[in-house]
Design a protein around this ligand. Structure first.
Ligand SMILES: Nc1ncnc2c1ncn2[C@@H]1O[C@H](COP(=O)(O)OP(=O)(O)OP(=O)(O)O)[C@@H](O)[C@H]1O
Length: 462
């Protein structure tokens, strides 16, 4: 698709020169002789109908900087390149501060302006793609993908749909990997807010400072490294639903700030002075016993009551074994399709072994096990050999007494065992081991531990 360029300059000669040059490069071009007509065009247009603006900072009818400010307000994401005359470098600096992509000083060679515009358009395209990807990533598998046959889960699902419309905050409880995020997504799509955004954040995976800036956003210069103003998830999720995973891990300071958002429906971005108001439904989840955390003084009681207007408790997989087969078939179809293999199902022995296992990591562990099996299976049925679940793996490792191993080896084995037991849930593993998430990530890389679905860990990302 051709990019559409808006050009605003009071000199007719420049307008004609630029128009001819861009048309020759197959761009669509619209020209404007003053700020008023340019703003009228942008105001009347729709999002996405112009890709970039090339604007003179000197205008006959109004200050070019003022025009830029208004343009940025109307179309914050549209890249703007400003043209300045010799001796007006201050205006160029001001324009960049206000969010212009770059500037050129007149007179400019043709190649320079063409190159600059192409770069700006390229960057804009990347940013757009990035935004789409981010949205896709934050979207969980929703209803169609909730698989179950057990009466226990049916009860939970019915309750979910029933309370979804109420707009009350909801607390989802359940062991790691039981589908808490999936249920949060189902609450969102069954609510009035379904046209708006569903965003989620794992409160345990981030340091306090990072969590705060992710949630509340920050203004430029709020802390070292804050080179631009960044909107937080609260602002992004305005009108929609925000899923706070592992709420039980939030520090006292962030708990206080969250309480304020829920009570007053407003928050202050990090480094800002003025509050912003928001309308958000909160769905929080934890695998901790929050009531116990409250009793122990680690979680604010008032926040607990604000979040826990309604509770949905997800049963662990071992208490609803009827769901194992349909879930296994669902994941097998998903992963076989992804790797383009034709696998019909499981042999009776494989199925039996799936049904006999305790599933400490619940559905997430089952999904990982099936994904691995899909990769390793050669025929059209999954056999027990490719299922990395043996009753032995639940049992402690036995080793002849005379076989002495290093502390390191012990550490490696222990970390691996806990990872397995939690269904490769890193935050939970770190908690059990009494180390930070960061340390755990480092050790996973150091010991080259295999995380299902990720292969051998080579990065520090989750
Ligand atoms: N009933 C279900 N049907 C289909 N997929 C499911 C179901 N329950 C869970 N899953 C899948 O299992 C994985 C783990 O689920 P989810 O992330 O919702 O669990 P969670 O309880 O939020 O985990 P954690 O406490 O570790 O954050 C996801 O990939 C999810 O899609």
């Amino acid at each position: 698709m051709k990019a559409r360029i808006l050009i605003c300059d009071d000199e007719e000669g420049i307008r004609r020169y630029l128009q001819k040059m861009f048309l020759a490069k197959e761009y669509d071009v619209e020209t404007f002789a003053d700020g008023t007509s340019l703003l009228a065009r942008i105001e009347g247009g729709t999002e996405g109908d112009a890709d970039i603006l090339l604007q003179d900072v000197r205008m006959p009818d109004m200050d070019g900087i003022e025009v830029l400010k208004r343009v940025k307000k109307l179309r914050p994401a549209m890249p703007v390149v400003v043209m300045t005359a010799f001796g007006t470098i201050d205006a160029a600096v001001e324009a960049i501060k206000l969010g212009a992509y770059d500037y050129v000083t007149k007179p400019f060679p043709k190649e320079k302006i063409l190159g600059l515009m192409e770069n700006a358009l390229q960057l804009d395209l990347l940013m757009k793609e990035n935004r789409v990807l981010k949205e896709e990533l934050s979207r969980p598998d929703i209803p169609d993908n909730i698989v179950f046959t057990s009466a226990k889960f049916r009860e939970v699902y019915d309750l979910t749909v029933q309370v979804a419309g109420s707009d009350a905050n909801i607390l989802v409880l359940g062991e790691s990997g039981t589908g808490k995020e999936l249920i949060a997504g189902a609450i969102h799509v069954n609510s009035q807010r379904k046209g708006r955004r569903f965003l989620s954040i794992n409160c345990a995976a981030l340091s306090d400072t990072l969590l705060e800036s992710q949630l509340f956003g920050h203004v430029r210069g709020a802390f070292t490294g804050a080179i631009t103003t960044q909107k937080g998830l609260l602002e992004e999720a305005d009108g929609g639903t925000l899923f706070l995973d592992e709420i039980g891990d939030v520090s006292a300071a962030v708990q206080a700030k969250l309480l304020r958002v829920i009570q007053e429906r407003e928050f202050i971005p990090v480094g800002a002075t003025k509050p912003k108001s928001v309308d958000i439904r909160f769905v929080a989840a934890t695998n901790k016993d929050l009531a116990k955390e409250v009793a122990a003084g680690r979680f604010r009681e008032d926040l607990y009551y604000r979040l826990n207007v309604i509770t949905i408790a997800l049963p662990p997989l071992r208490e609803r074994r009827e769901d194992i087969e349909p879930l296994a078939m669902h994941f097998l179809a998903k992963y076989a399709r992804r790797i383009r293999k034709n696998i019909r199902g499981f042999t009776p022995e494989a199925l039996q072994s799936l049904q006999g296992y305790r599933w400490p990591g619940n559905v997430r562990e089952l999904e990982n096990v099936v994904e691995r099996a899909a990769i390793l299976t050669r025929g059209d049925l999954v056999t027990p050999e490719v299922l990395p679940i043996r009753p032995r793996e639940d049992a402690p490792l036995l080793r002849p007494d005379n076989l002495l191993v290093s502390l390191e080896e012990m550490e490696r084995e222990h970390i691996e065992r806990v990872l397995r037991q939690t269904g490769f849930h890193k935050s939970r593993t770190a908690e059990i081991l009494g180390i930070s998430r960061k340390t755990l990530d480092r050790k996973i890389v150091e010991y080259a531990l295999a995380i299902p679905g990720q292969g051998i860990s080579g990065t520090l990302d989750d």
